[in-house]
Design a protein around this ligand. Sequence first.
Ligand code: ADP
Ligand code: ZN
Length: 624
Amino acid sequence: MHALDSRETWNDADLLAALRRIFGYTSFRPQQRDIIRGILDGRDSLSIMPTGGGKSLCFQLPAALRDGVCVVISPLISLMKDQVDAACANGLRAAALNSSLDAAGRGAVHAALREGALDLLYISPERLNVPGFWDTLAALPLAFFAIDEAHCISQWGHDFRPDYLALSGLVERFPGCPVAAFTATATPEVERDILQRLGLRDPLLIRSSFDRPNLFYHVQPKENVHAQLTAFLERHAGESGIVYRSTRKKVEETAAFLQKKGFRAGCYHAGLGDAERARAQEAFRRDECPLMVATVAFGMGIDKPDVRFVAHLDLPKNLESYYQETGRAGRDGDPAHCLLLYSPADMAQLLYFARQSEDEDQRAVAERQAYAMLDYADRNECRRKTLLAYFGEAYQAPCGGCDVCTGEIREEDYTIEAQKALSAMVRSGCRFGRVLIMDILMGADSRRIRETGFHSLPTYGVGKDRSRRFWRYLIDALLRHGLAATEGEDYPVLRVTEAGWETLRGKNPFRALRIVETRAKRTREKTAADPGSADESLFQRLREERRRLAEAAQVPPYVIFHDRALREMAARKPASPEELLDVPGVGEKKLRQYGEAFLAAIAAHVSETDVSAATPDPVSAASA
Ligand code: ADP
Ligand code: ZN
C-alpha cells in the first residue's frame, strides 16, 4: 500500500501547471486548491460544495499527481460511465468496476489495476460488500479514497443508501490512505453524521458558499401555465432545459402540449417503465431531445453541464428541494435561468400537506419549511438572499441576478382595482366563484349574468378598462394577500375577509407585485465574460462538429467540449494549436484528439465569411 511518508511535495505553480495541462483551465475555483492540497498532504477532508462547484476536479487532479490509484465511490452506476468518459477525454487513466460489466470487462479492469495502469477507479458502494473486494483493494497501491455524494451515508439526508454504511470501515482497514469526502447537501446534522460515520481523522473541513452566481431567479404568479411556459421558452430557443411538474398527469399534459407545438420535449416520471425512462434520459443527455418535462423523479442522475434553464410550473415541496432542482441548471458556470410559477391553490396545498403529520415536531418542521417556500415566492425580497438565508448564509442584496433586484417586477398600487373586485364579491352576496366575479367586472353578457340579474349591479362593467387576464391575476393576488378567501372544494366561492373589508373602507391600501414582461436579461456573469459577442453562426457550426464527433465516439457532446469552450472558440477564432490551447477547457489531450477538427471548422468559417480579413481596415491601418 502507498505509504503517506513517501509523498512528494507540490507547490502552487505545479498545481496550476497540472490544471492547465490536464483540464485546460487557468485558475482554480475558490476552495479547489485547498481541497487538493489537503489530499496531496495526506489529510482527510470533507468538502461541501454546491452542484457545479467543481468537485470532480478536486479528486481527479490529485489522482493524476499522486502515485497509486484513487478509488472513487460514487452512488450511481448510470453516471459512472460519463465520469469515466470525461476523465479519459482529459487524458486521465480511468475505469469503473460495477455490476454493468461482464466477466471479461471486469477482468480487464483488474488487469489494469494490477499493472498500475489506472489513476482513477470508480466503484459503486455495493462493490464494497462483495466478498473479497477489500482484499483486492488492499493488494493495490492506493493513492486515496474519494467519496462522492457522501451525504448518502446519513439517515438524516434525503438520499440515504444503506450500502454507504460499509464505508465506516474504510479508515480502520486502510489507515495509511487519506479519505476525501464530497457532498453538495449537508445540513449541520448531516455534516456531523458524515464525519462520525466515516471516522475522519482531524479532517479538513471546507464549506463553499451555496450561492450559484450564474443562476438567475424569476418568480411569476401562475396564470396560464402553458402560455407562460411558451413565452419563457421563446426566450430560450434552442437551449436545453428541464420543466418540473408536480404530478405524472401534469407532466404528460405539458409534454404533449410542447410536442404539439413542435418542441423536441421528452417526458420522465416514476410511472414509466425503466427502459422508457432510460431512453428519455439518454435523448436528453445527448441533446437529441433538449427539453425534459418531468416530476422530481428526474433527479440525481443528471449531470448534464449545459442545462440552461429549470422551470417549475408547480410549487416544489420546500426550499431545499427547490435549491437542488434549480441547481441542475448551469453546472458549467454559464448563465442559466430558473423560473417558478405559483398560485394560491399550490400554496394552500403545500400548507395542507405540511399539516398532515401526526407528530407535532414533524408538523412544526414541515410548516416552517412550507412557509419558507411561500416566503420565497411571495415576498418582494431578493430571491438569492431568501434562498441562501434558508441555508444559514447571509447575503447582501441586491444580487443583480433575480427578478426583484433587476426591477423586472415592481410593486403597484392596486387599491382601486381591489375595491372594485371585492365590491363585486360583496354585491353578489359572496356566493360565487371567480368566473362570475370576472364576468361582473368585465360587464360580460353571459347566460349566468342574465340569470342572476347581475347586469343591474353598480359594479357591473366597472372593470372593462382592464383585461380578463388582469382580473384573474388580481383576484389571485387578493387571495394570496388574504384580502379574499375561497370556501368550498368543488365549486369554491370567493368571500371578502376582514382585511378585505378594511381595503373596501379605504383603510388598507393594496399593493401587489406587478409582472413586467421583459426580454430575456443577461445575468451578471454573462455581461462580465461577454461571450455575447461570440459569433453565433460559428458557434452553431462548432456545435455541429461536436455532435458529429460525439456520435462517432458514442459519448454525450459535453464530454468533448462544453458550450463555454465552443463559445470562446467562436469569439477568439484560434488559428493555431497554440491559440486553441489558450481557450479555457482545452487541455493537451483534447487538443491532440480534437484540435484539428475544430481548427479546420474555424478556418473554413473564417474564409467563408470574412473576405475582408486579408485586407487591413483602412481606418486602423491609418491610425497605426
Ligand atoms: P460538481 O461535481 O461539483 O457538480 P463538476 O465537477 O461537474 O461539478 O464541475 C462543474 C463544471 O465546472 C465542469 O464543467 C467543470 O469542468 C468546470 N470546472 C471545474 N473546475 C473549474 C475551474 N477551475 N475552472 C473552470 N471550470 C471548472
Ligand atoms: Zn436578488
